[in-house]
Every structure is written in C-alpha cells, then in structure tokens.
Ligand binder design. Structure first.
Ligand code: CUA
Length: 174
C-alpha cells in the first residue's frame, strides 16, 4: 500500500451563489463600518462631554444633602426626590443601589449629575436604549428631557460584583 499525498489544489472554485453571498456580506459589513462615524454626527446620542473631577465622598455628601432637601416620600428605604422643574438632579451609583428614586416632570429638561461613590457602574434607563458608563471620581452631566409618563427602571449594565443584578433604581415621570 502506498501513501498518496493530498492533491495540490484541494479547494474547489467558488460557485455563483457563493460569490453572491460573500459579496453581500462584505458589502453589509462595509456599510455598517462606515455608518459608525456617520452615526456619531447624525445619531444625536452623544453625551454632553461635560465632566468634572469630584471626590467620591464629596459627591456622596452632595447627593444626600440634595435628596434630603427635595424628598417627597420613600420607597423600600430609598427616598423619592422631586426637584423643581428644570433644576439640577443628582444621581448616585453605589454597590448595589441607585440613589435616590427620581420623580421628574414630562417635557422639562433637567441637568442630571451622575457619579459613583465606589466602583464603575453603568447607567441604563429601561426600557429605553440608553447606556452610560459611570466612573468614580468623575461627575458627568447629562441633559434629560422625559417625554413619556410612567415608571422607568434604572439598571446597572456594568458588572460590579455579586449584587450587580440587584442594582435596580427607579425614575418616575409625571
Ligand atoms: Cu453596578 Cu453593576
């Protein structure tokens, strides 16, 4: 018995159908690739780029004082805070909680400050498609205009530890 080496050209030339779907896939990936920079300008989904350095403990104190000032109730031990329409709003991310519960008015634009007092968390209003990374030591400014009334969940979308899945807050829009 002899051992035959493999044929030198073992592949088959691509068929017509194969040519079509490879071209379609290539075209699709190129279109989506170039849409990324285009969407940066057209998508209107960019953050404000207003960020300040802040001391973690200082931010915590600021949120607590603000929450005490505008507190209108309490839900599961977390204060419900209703700031004046159009005012500054403070939101704190910490293991494993969003503090406080926010109560805002539809149609008003709020200047939302957000920071973390410990680890990196991710701010996501549900069920909206909005994600924002929250780093400790930085105070981010986001302009938020609620357009829809109802109750929205605030979840953490950055894995931050064993209680990550429990980190659920609330936004009430009236
Ligand atoms: Cu905070 Cu995950």
């Amino acid at each position: 018995m002899t051992i035959h080496p493999p044929e030198r050209i073992w592949w088959k030339p691509i068929s017509g159908a194969e040519r079509v779907y490879i071209s379609a896939a290539l075209l699709f990936s190129l279109v989506t690739f170039f849409l990324m920079p285009v969407w940066h300008f057209l998508g209107a989904q960019n953050p404000t780029m207003q960020t300040y350095r802040v001391d973690k403990a200082e931010y915590l104190q600021k949120v607590m004082a603000w929450a005490d000032k505008y507190k209108v109730g309490e839900q599961a031990g977390v204060p419900v805070v209703e700031p004046p329409p159009g005012a500054d709003v403070y939101l704190l991310a910490r293991t494993f909680q969003w503090y406080p519960v926010l109560k805002l008015k539809a149609g008003q634009t709020y200047r939302v400050h957000v920071s973390s007092s410990d680890l990196v968390h991710g701010l996501s209003f549900q069920p909206l498609n909005m994600n924002f990374m929250v780093l400790p030591g930085y105070e981010y400014i986001l302009y938020v205009t609620p357009t829809q009334k109802g109750e929205f969940g605030i979840v953490c979308n950055e894995f931050c530890g064993l209680g990550h899945h429990l980190m659920v807050g609330k936004l009430i829009v009236e």
